[in-house]
Ligand binder design. Structure first.
Ligand SMILES: [Zn+2]
Length: 410
């Protein structure tokens, strides 16, 4: 049984009376077919509409998905209900309501995709070979014969798309009996579909800004889209994947990003226009600081390792040095510097770092097997770790456990 798709002629109808033709039971849900619908079923990259069905007795069910299995076949409306709670019968007349806020957002995004694809085709001959409408952005894959789109081409296409919005170009759908007839229209993509073909024109039908076969829902005129904004682009399978969005979604994203820029400018105490320069200056400063820190750390390492050598010459065997001032990443380098000072001999350096509750063991590789020592004693103190004969690492839940481990070695 077929469903009359009223959105095709008028995508602005939000509420209708419809007759229940079929109720198909699924798992915890029902897929209901009506004689007519205002809900667009998912397809062609456009998500399903949402809505609700209300019986005359007052029962209301949310429609979470509309879908079809064939282009002109019945439209199924998925409602969640248990069999005993379903007060809906075949043949009954009900009210079908569309969630128009969600639909309008979809129309803005889907219609915007037509315009941006048309703009790439017009400005640089790019052909749209792929389309995806995601939650946070839309993507189109623009084929330039293997070439990467330039920044100038991107800006030109984006500007042309927004110019179509500023010119408020009309959207117009024409129905053709078959693909051959549709291909007589100035379509930017050859039509190879079966059955009646709907072709969407943007602008003057005799000299359209864009013209392509499509059975989705579209705005009446481009002004309703409001804004088309490209976010970024990347090369994908030899084509250019363009990330963008339209309408209220694009507006929200632009607001968020301007807020981030404003906050960054405040934190750097500068104007947005100076941010890049400011970041460059900070990066230079940070690089110089890292270099200073690196040479100071090397100097410090040398001094402390000399201290280790002195302690070792007095006590011999295993010596503990607390190196809390060092960066945890420098501990191993420091431990090796200590051992080098007394090598070759039977020495064990136990280097600890309170902040990371880490103990590093380094030996001259003769009498002390660091990995074995960690295995034997660190686990017993609640720590974990491992390593080789000449160096090992153990991490502890607390400083107390770490110092207990040290006391077993030194
Ligand atoms: Zn479309």
């Amino acid at each position: 049984m077929l469903t009359e798709r009223l959105y095709r002629q008028d995508p602005y109808i939000v509420s209708i009376r419809a007759k229940v033709l079929e109720i198909n039971a699924g798992k915890g849900c029902f897929d209901v077919v009506f004689d007519r619908t205002v809900l667009f079923p998912e397809g062609g990259g456009q998500p399903s509409d949402l809505g609700s069905v209300t019986t005359d007795a007052g029962a209301t069910y949310e429609i979470s998905l509309a879908f079809d299995k064939a282009l002109d076949g019945p439209v199924y409306h998925r409602i969640k209900a248990d069999a005993q709670d379903l007060a809906l019968t075949v043949g009954e007349e009900v009210t079908l309501d569309l969630d128009f806020d969600q639909r309008f957002q979809n129309m803005q995004r889907h219609s915007g995709e037509h315009i941006l694809s048309g703009a790439f085709y017009l400005t640089c001959g790019g052909a749209n070979k792929g389309f995806h409408m995601g939650k946070d952005y839309i993507t189109i894959d623009i084929d330039l014969g293997g070439r990467t789109v330039t920044a100038e081409e991107l800006r030109a296409a984006e500007r042309a798309a927004n110019q179509a919005i500023w010119d408020d170009l009309p959207f117009h759908t024409e129905f053709y009996p078959n693909a051959a007839a549709a291909n007589e229209a100035p379509v930017r993509k050859v039509v190879d579909l079966e059955g009646v073909i709907s072709v969407v024109f943007v602008g003057d039908p005799d000299d359209p800004f864009d013209c392509v076969a499509c059975c989705g829902t579209h705005v009446q005129s481009a002004g309703e889209i409001g804004l088309i904004k490209i976010y970024k682009t990347e090369v994908n399978k030899g084509m250019n994947r363009i990330y963008f969005d339209c309408g209220s979604r694009a507006f929200d994203r632009v607001c968020e990003e301007i807020d981030i820029l404003t906050e960054l400018a405040n934190r750097y105490s500068t104007a947005k226009e100076n941010l890049l320069h400011k970041v460059d200056v900070e990066a230079e400063r940070s690089k110089a600081l890292r270099e200073t820190l690196s040479s100071l750390t090397a100097f410090y390492r040398e001094q402390r390792s000399a201290e280790f050598a002195r302690l070792w010459s007095e006590a011999g065997g295993a010596v503990h040095i607390a190196a809390d001032e060092l960066d945890p990443d420098d501990l191993l380098k420091f431990a090796f510097a200590c051992i080098e000072k007394v090598a070759p001999s039977d020495a064990l350096a136990v280097i600890t770092h309170q902040g990371s509750r880490t103990a590093i063991l380094v030996s001259s590789g003769n009498s002390y097997d660091c990995g074995k020592l960690v295995k034997e004693h660190a686990f017993a103190c609640g720590g974990k770790g491992g390593g080789r004969k000449d160096n090992a690492r153990a991490v502890f839940p607390g400083v107390k456990e770490m110092l207990k481990f040290v006391s077993l070695l030194v």
